[in-house]
Design a protein around this ligand. Structure first.
Ligand SMILES: *[C@@H]1O[C@H](CO)[C@@H](O)[C@H](O)[C@H]1NC(C)=O
Ligand SMILES: *[C@@H]1O[C@H](CO)[C@@H](O)[C@H](O)[C@H]1NC(C)=O
Ligand SMILES: *[C@@H]1O[C@H](CO)[C@@H](O)[C@H](O)[C@H]1NC(C)=O
Ligand SMILES: *[C@@H]1O[C@H](CO)[C@@H](O)[C@H](O)[C@H]1NC(C)=O
Ligand SMILES: *[C@@H]1O[C@H](CO)[C@@H](O)[C@H](O)[C@H]1NC(C)=O
Ligand SMILES: *[C@@H]1O[C@H](CO)[C@@H](O)[C@H](O)[C@H]1NC(C)=O
Ligand SMILES: *[C@@H]1O[C@H](CO)[C@@H](O)[C@H](O)[C@H]1NC(C)=O
Length: 291
């Protein structure tokens, strides 16, 4: 723990080269993203660029990644999920760093039968290690309309929002020796076959007779601190002075938002790595004991 903590503190000082904050009023998936898996039959962008559909069938799913790389940011995506039976499918929206020992922040939507609820699955990865899962039901049907899913990542915390309601917070406990995401990330979106684990712990498989499975994305907005040199993994020359002037840069939950978070946790949380031993078979990690 001592060594890890020192390493992290070192990297906190050796920050990545950043340009000034970049505000992209999305609305053109073709310009901002490239296909990382699948093809243009499985990843289609509307004429005006603002709507993306990702499709899974027996031949392929699809994954797109943003050209932009950033350290810290506020990302908003409208998403509408597969309307019919989707058990075994996983639809995602997640910033992640390149490479295998990745830092990553996940929104994953676990498909289900049309008459059963979609599950919102969240996770945080640091240096390639996840196991920090929290799952939620939603207070609306995410298949009938677009809803707004947001990730705020700043030096103080990561906040997941659903239509402006915070559902999860992961705090920066670097000072306590707990790893916190710092690597430059891109935004990824995907649909894939996750039936080894996604629905009923993997017991319920995809029914490909119901394919194709399509989820919709729209109006991606990104306000982030751009990393100009994507091969620089932490030995760059420092901060853009503009990066800290964004309203989201030092944002933590207000007391009203804390109440909203408690409401979500009391009423909609299904699984929590901090309280469910089956998600943390080697014991609950230290952040679970910090407020
Ligand atoms: C979206 O971006 C693509 C690729 O850069 C470009 O060809 C297209 O004209 C853009 N569409 C709109 C509506 O701006
Ligand atoms: C986490 O917080 C520490 C202060 O406790 C700070 O030095 C560090 O830069 C933060 N980490 C990131 C990735 O922002
Ligand atoms: C999504 O939510 C964020 C706040 O959480 C808000 O700033 C943004 O305007 C919303 N976007 C849409 C399209 O509703
Ligand atoms: C937060 O909770 C208050 C009531 O405590 C409610 O009036 C408000 O609409 C909630 N806001 C969000 C964004 O969930
Ligand atoms: C995306 O934004 C445009 C412009 O504000 C709006 O007209 C459109 O309804 C939005 N798309 C969705 C799916 O909400
Ligand atoms: C990008 O970063 C790498 C690693 O720090 C460095 O070797 C390279 O010279 C940098 N490139 C530019 C253009 O600054
Ligand atoms: C950064 O890259 C260098 C050279 O490729 C490598 O030695 C180092 O371990 C990397 N650091 C991190 C934090 O990935």
């Amino acid at each position: 723990m001592g060594a890890t903590s020192k390493t992290i503190q070192l990297f906190a000082f050796l920050l990545i080269s950043l340009s000034s904050v970049h505000l992209a009023h999305g609305n053109n998936f073709s310009a901002q993203f490239e296909i990382a898996w699948g093809d243009s039959e499985h990843a289609k962008v509307s004429e005006d660029g603002s709507v993306l559909s990702l499709t899974l069938d027996q031949s392929s799913g699809a994954r797109l990644q943003s050209h932009d790389m950033y350290q810290y940011g506020r990302l908003d995506m409208l998403i509408k999920l597969v309307p019919h039976n989707s058990q075994g499918t996983v639809t995602t929206f997640y910033p992640s760093s390149d490479g295998s020992d990745q830092d990553e922040i996940d929104f994953e939507f676990l498909g289900n039968y049309a008459d059963k609820e979609y599950v919102l699955h969240t996770n945080v990865w640091t240096r390639g290690t996840g196991h920090r899962e929290q799952q939620f039901r939603l207070w609306f049907d995410p298949r009938t309309d677009f809803h707004n899913y947001s990730i705020l990542w700043n030096p103080f915390n990561i906040i997941w929002y659903v239509d402006d309601t915070p559902v999860r917070v992961f705090r920066n406990y670097t000072a306590e020796g707990i790893q916190y995401p710092y690597l430059p990330m891109r935004t990824l979106v995907s649909i894939w076959n996750g039936d080894s684990w996604a629905t009923d712990n993997g017991k319920t498989k995809i029914d490909y007779s119901q394919a194709p499975f399509t989820s919709w994305y729209a109006n991606y907005t990104e306000s982030a601190c751009m990393v100009t040199n994507s091969t620089d993994n932490g030995s760059g020359s420092g901060w853009s002075p503009d990066c800290g002037t964004n309203p989201w840069f030092d944002r933590t939950l207000s007391s009203e938002e804390m109440n909203n978070l408690t409401w979500v946790h009391d009423n909609y949380m299904i699984a929590n790595y901090c309280t469910d031993a089956y998600l943390s078979p080697n014991g609950f990690p230290p952040e679970c004991y910090l407020s």
